[in-house]
Design a protein around this ligand. Structure first.
Ligand code: ATP
Ligand code: MG
Length: 466
């Protein structure tokens, strides 16, 4: 299933992809099967078959039909997406087409391969890093299907090619990508930085900037417009005096001439900002976001650990980091970044999704969404997605939803994904030139982490209690 065939005729061949397999149903075959069963059961003595009829009948009974979708036409070794003709049923030659040969027939997307697994039972498969660059990617599938595993492979691959990434890590599993299976440091180890918001990750108000802070106030903390305007005035005044800090902000709100409701609103938000632990006035404890991303050409991976962070703080961190990154990108102070977002619906406001895939992508934030809840991503967004790595789903509703949203035809996706073995995914979209490929994902050489905590952790031989 998912394999490619070509039906060749003179100078051109039609590329076909198998998406279903069934037995050949010829007229009267059931009657024939029944007759033979009865015969073989009742007439033991009859073994003679001078014309070899039973062999032919067995062959016919075992014949299969491969149901295919036409994917394009190969002529002179080049593939075109045209599939508007039919080869002759009698004269064409049907043969297997390997994914690597198929790949040779289209222009390569790039040279920076990331080895992720194998195709066609054995040949190596690389995702070009260029296929993720400037693109939106989704990795989805049921629980424990291997999504994070694949995301880590892509992340390490990008890092090896000198790219910059940010990871919103919910389960503390990405911090170990700089280590190999035995826990030894690999070449990329120094480029990986794990930060826990409120602990290592603290910003000064000035570094966060007015825009990010007002975004935070209005979106995460739902500050009304009137108070927000007063806040901006206070900020400008402090900035003008070059005296921007939590302490001076508090003092300024105290002295500010405004109505009591506004002051209360200002104070309430100020206290949330001050107590969330994300901001500090201390110079030594500030994290330099811009500095991290402006190291020339080395690449880097900032893992923001969101486990153990309250939902409100999660949203604040995520919004703060995103709006700060967009600001830095806008002024070309940092290179484009890849963003790995696990279960983003847990910390991303609805309106942010569209922002991420449209506006932020233009500035240079290229997101890889990882989720086991495909319905958490809106249909509108799927239409903008360039690459989908699709693992098996145990839930039919999820599968229908993804297959409708994906860029390949629903029939193929549904039929193929349902039969996917573990550790195997269907790759759709730009990375494979819209020719869906079944990919068997490699093991990954890093310490196991992020596995769900268990109560019964040790495997027990046999627990006999009586
Ligand atoms: N291709 C693979 N080869 C070997 N082991 C794998 C492979 N893919 C996944 N695993 C292992 O299977 C387990 C589950 O994988 P992973 O954590 O990536 O799943 P997940 O889809 O992210 O799960 P969850 O929905 O819980 O986040 C992990 O222990 C991982 O190491
Ligand atoms: Mg996971």
């Amino acid at each position: 299933m998912g394999d490619y065939l070509v039906a060749s005729e003179e100078s051109r061949s039609l590329v076909l992809q198998v998406y279903d397999e069934r037995y050949l149903d010829v007229e009267g075959i059931e009657e024939e099967i029944a007759r033979e069963e009865v015969l073989s059961a009742s007439a033991h003595g009859v073994t003679e078959d001078p014309t070899g009829l039973s062999a032919i009948s067995t062959l016919i009974r075992d014949m299969r039909i491969l149901v295919c979708k036409a994917r394009g036409t190969l002529s002179n070794g080049r593939l075109s997406p045209r599939a508007d003709w039919m080869p002759s049923r009698t004269n064409c030659r049907v043969s297997r087409l390997l994914v690597e040969d198929l790949a040779d027939s289209v222009a390569p997307l790039g040279r920076r391969g990331i080895k992720v697994g194998t195709v066609d039972s054995g040949s190596e498969f690389f995702v070009p890093a260029e296929a993720l660059d400037g693109r939106i990617t989704v990795i989805t599938g049921g629980k424990e299907s291997g999504k994070s595993h694949l995301a880590k492979m892509l992340l390490r691959g990008l890092l090896t090619h000198g790219a910059y990434s940010i990871v919103f890590d919910l389960n503390d599993e990405y911090g170990s990508i700089g280590l190999d299976g035995e826990g030894k440091k690999t070449g990329v180890f120094p480029l990986v930085k794990v930060m826990r918001p409120g602990r290592e990750m603290k910003l000064s108000l000035a570094a966060a900037g007015l825009r990010s802070i007002t975004n935070l106030l209005s979106h995460s903390l739902e500050m009304p417009g009137t108070s927000l305007r007063e806040f901006v005035k206070i900020w400008d005044q402090l900035e003008g005096r070059n005296d921007l800090s939590l302490a001076s902000l508090e003092a300024a709100i105290h002295q500010w001439r405004c109505n009591e409701f506004v002051r209360d609103a200002l104070f309430a938000r100020f206290h949330t900002l001050a107590s969330c632990g994300l901001f500090t006035d201390s110079k030594e404890r500030q994290f330099d976001l811009q500095g991290f991303f402006s190291r020339e050409g080395e690449g880097g991976c900032l893992v923001i650990s969101l486990s153990g962070v309250s939902p409100l703080n999660r949203r604040m961190v995520v919004e703060l980091v995103l709006s700060k990154m967009v600001e830095l990108l806008e002024h070309r102070k940092v290179p484009p970044v890849f963003l790995f977002a696990e279960e983003a619906h847990l910390y991303l406001r609805d309106t942010y999704w569209e922002d991420l895939i449209t506006r932020m992508r233009h500035f240079g934030v290229f997101t890889i969404f990882v989720t086991n809840q495909p319905d958490a991503i809106d249909q509108k967004i799927y239409r903008q997605v360039d690459n989908i790595f699709l693992y098996n789903f145990s839930n039919d509703a999820d599968l229908s939803m993804v297959s409708q949203a994906s860029m390949a035809d629903t029939d193929t996706v549904k039929a193929v994904v349902r039969t996917l073995p573990p550790r195997t995914c269907l790759l759709l979209g730009h990375a494979v030139n819209n020719l869906p490929v079944i990919l068997s994902v490699d093991p990954f050489d890093s310490p196991a982490s992020g596995t769900t905590r268990r109560f019964f952790s040790e495997p027990v031989e046999l627990d006999v209690r009586s």
